[in-house]
Design a protein around this ligand. Structure first.
Ligand SMILES: Cc1cc2nc3c(=O)[nH]c(=O)nc-3n(C[C@H](O)[C@H](O)[C@H](O)COP(=O)(O)O)c2cc1C
Length: 303
């Protein structure tokens, strides 16, 4: 049995596998399948200052090797999260990353401040959501906005701050460097890639929101590329995700530079995916005589 543990920003993970935000709710449904303590960590559904109902249906569609979603930030709001969901999750002997979002830097900071007195282990700030103060452009699409929102949240929390980057940018390394300079302790990437499909019979977009986020195996090569570029551009840890559905995929993201790996859409196709990934990652390490998962981080040998 290889040593699967990793340490990110002083937080000890028993293994590097974390169900990604938005596909795992608050874990309750998955606990019917396996104890949540098997997981390295859990990234919770994005939580905002107040309750949100998300976007109108249809808001999910299958695509070749992936899916499009425009669920939006459907969540009960930070107060209900702290009162109802967080105490349940904190009993589960796994690292909890509270994924937070907001429409303004102030809202994001307020959500982080409310989490400060709790025992949540890490904050993951999603900067892919629209900034209403800047005409609705996502925070994560400009260095200035990404820096502003990171700095605002940094002031509001002493917890390890992971900033989750959007891939819908020209240079993800510039955004990563901007959030590092603004006080991020780590970055996670990638969020979904903007996409669109049209039903040619009705001429209607398949999603009510017209456009949505693409996730699943189709985006794995984009994730590997961006993780590799970002890991070489910053001095803070990188948590990787995007299209991972096997232990081999997770190892690939770690070789690109990820210290831990989140699993999104694969949880929908197979609720056991995260634990199967942990087991097959272990087998790969044993078969290749590698003593510890952390030994593969950033070991790609570029041509
Ligand atoms: C239905 C759905 C909801 C999501 N909700 C969130 C969210 O609330 N916050 C967030 O940061 N990312 C959210 N994501 C993005 C995922 O956490 C992840 O970054 C993305 O899906 C890529 O990983 P994957 O290809 O393994 O799914 C969501 C993804 C899906 C499919």
């Amino acid at each position: 049995m290889a040593d699967l543990s990793v340490n990110i920003c002083g937080v000890e993970f028993k293994n590097p596998i974390i169900p990604a935000s938005g596909v795992f709710g608050y874990g309750r449904e998955y606990e019917e399948f396996y104890p949540l303590s098997r997981l390295g960590g859990i990234a919770t559904k994005g939580t905002t200052g107040t309750r949100r109902t998300g976007n109108p249906a249809p808001r999910i569609a299958e695509t070749p090797s992936g899916m499009l979603n425009s669920v939006g930030l459907q969540n009960p709001g930070i107060d209900a999260f702290i009162e109802t969901e967080l105490p349940y999750l904190l009993q589960k002997d796994t690292v909890i990353l509270a994924n937070i979002a907001g429409s303004t830097p102030e809202e994001c900071a307020e959500v982080a401040a409310k989490l400060e007195p709790t025992d949540v282990h890490m904050i993951e700030l999603n900067i892919s959501c629209p900034n209403v103060k800047q005409g609705g452009a996502a925070f994560g699409t400009s260095c200035v906005m990404a820096e502003q929102v990171t700095a605002a949240v940094r002031k509001a929390t002493t917890k390890p701050l992971v900033v989750k980057l959007s891939p819908n940018v020209t240079s993800i390394t510039d955004i990563a460097k901007a959030v590092e300079a603004a006080g991020a302790d780590a970055v996670s990437l990638i969020n979904t890639l903007l996409g669109m499909r049209i039903d040619i019979h009705t001429r209607r977009p398949v999603l009510h929101n017209n456009v949505g986020g693409l996730s699943g195996p189709a985006i794995l090569p984009v994730a590997v590329r961006m993780i590799w570029q970002v890991a070489n551009a910053v001095n803070i840890p990188v948590i990787g995700m995007g299209g991972v559905s096997t232990g081999e995929d997770a190892i690939e993201l770690m070789m690109a530079g990820a210290c831990a790996v989140q699993v999104g859409m694969a949880c929908f196709t197979d609720p056991y995916a995260p634990v199967k990934i942990i087991d097959s990652m272990n087998r790969f390490l044993d078969e290749n005589g590698i003593a510890a998962a952390r030994d593969v981080i950033g070991t790609v040998r570029p041509w």
